[in-house]
Design a protein around this ligand. Structure first.
Ligand SMILES: Nc1ncnc2c1ncn2[C@@H]1O[C@H](COP(=O)(O)OP(=O)(O)OP(=O)(O)O)[C@@H](O)[C@H]1O
Ligand SMILES: [Mg+2]
Length: 254
């Protein structure tokens, strides 16, 4: 590079082990989040994303898939028990994410499980696996684990079923976000065992702070990753999901 007529050597940072391993990390599409989890999610891992209503679980999931398809050459499936594909597309459009185009290009599939769930949980999961297979997907968002849980007769049945599913996704090297719905005013996440099942846990928390809702993200668990433990404020803007640059000092966390 020439600066002011003088040749300046570009200083290159030494390649750190973290950067060398970046191939094994799936960027989330949220740079401020990737920064605190060693560059992204470990490929093939299943991460539980837990949060109260409206905390941005779906937005985070769509951003992960959109970024994967557009920037990382990784196709993705969004399987929803809750929202229709049309609603997801409409809401995504507000962030400038054209899911229709990605679907047409075969980079994304939105799978609505609303009616399939009635035919049984196996049928629903078969539908998801078929979708993953048909576009050779490397990313999956399942929305939501909580809704899926209600379809099982017992916790034991759910646990063994999920265990098999997670093994399959790992073998397929498919990085997965499993959304878990946390009711207002509850500390416990879902049915109490999914936190253990996943390789990582991301908690999206909303609380009432003075006269506004304060959104904070915590990462209590991320296997094989050196991650930050402090909470970060986060924002959902017209560009999507982003963390505030500085963590919340521990003495400010209530
Ligand atoms: N285009 C947008 N611009 C700014 N903020 C938005 C936009 N779209 C959504 N939001 C914010 O994100 C919130 C909803 O996000 P999202 O649907 O991802 O939450 P969720 O956790 O999936 O909710 P639920 O539990 O109801 O499924 C909205 O309540 C709103 O505050
Ligand atoms: Mg949602």
């Amino acid at each position: 590079m020439v600066l002011g007529g003088r040749e300046v050597m570009e200083t290159r940072r030494p390649i750190t082990p973290t950067l060398q391993q970046n191939d094994e990390r799936a960027q989330t599409g949220i740079p401020s989040l990737d920064k605190i989890i060693e560059g992204g999610l470990a490929r093939g891992d299943t991460i539980i994303v837990a949060g109260q209503p409206g905390t941005g679980k779906t937005t985070l999931g769509l951003q992960f898939l959109y970024h994967g398809a557009v920037r990382c050459n990784e196709n993705g499936v969004y399987a929803s028990v809750i929202e229709s594909g049309e609603k997801l597309k409409r809401n995504a459009r507000r962030f400038g994410w054209d899911l229709d185009r990605l679907e047409k290009e075969g980079k994304l599939q939105l799978v609505s499980l609303q009616s399939t769930m009635k035919a049984g949980v196996s049928t629903a999961l078969e539908t998801v696996l078929e979708a993953l297979h048909s576009i050779n997907a490397r990313r999956l968002v399942f929305d939501s684990l909580s809704a899926l849980m209600t379809a099982f007769e017992s916790t034991a049945e759910a646990r063994s079923f999920l265990h098999i599913m997670l093994k399959f996704l790992e073998a397929a090297n498919c990085t997965t976000l499993m959304i878990s719905e946390v009711p207002w005013g509850k500390q416990q996440l879902g049915t109490n065992f999914e936190e253990f099942l996943g390789d990582g846990l991301v908690v999206l928390d909303a609380s009432f702070d003075n006269s506004r809702v304060r959104r904070r993200i915590y990462i209590p668990k991320m296997r094989g990753t050196e991650h930050r433990l402090e909470g970060y404020d986060y924002y959902i803007t017209r560009e999507g999901f982003a963390l505030a640059p500085t963590p919340i000092p521990p003495d400010k966390i209530r």
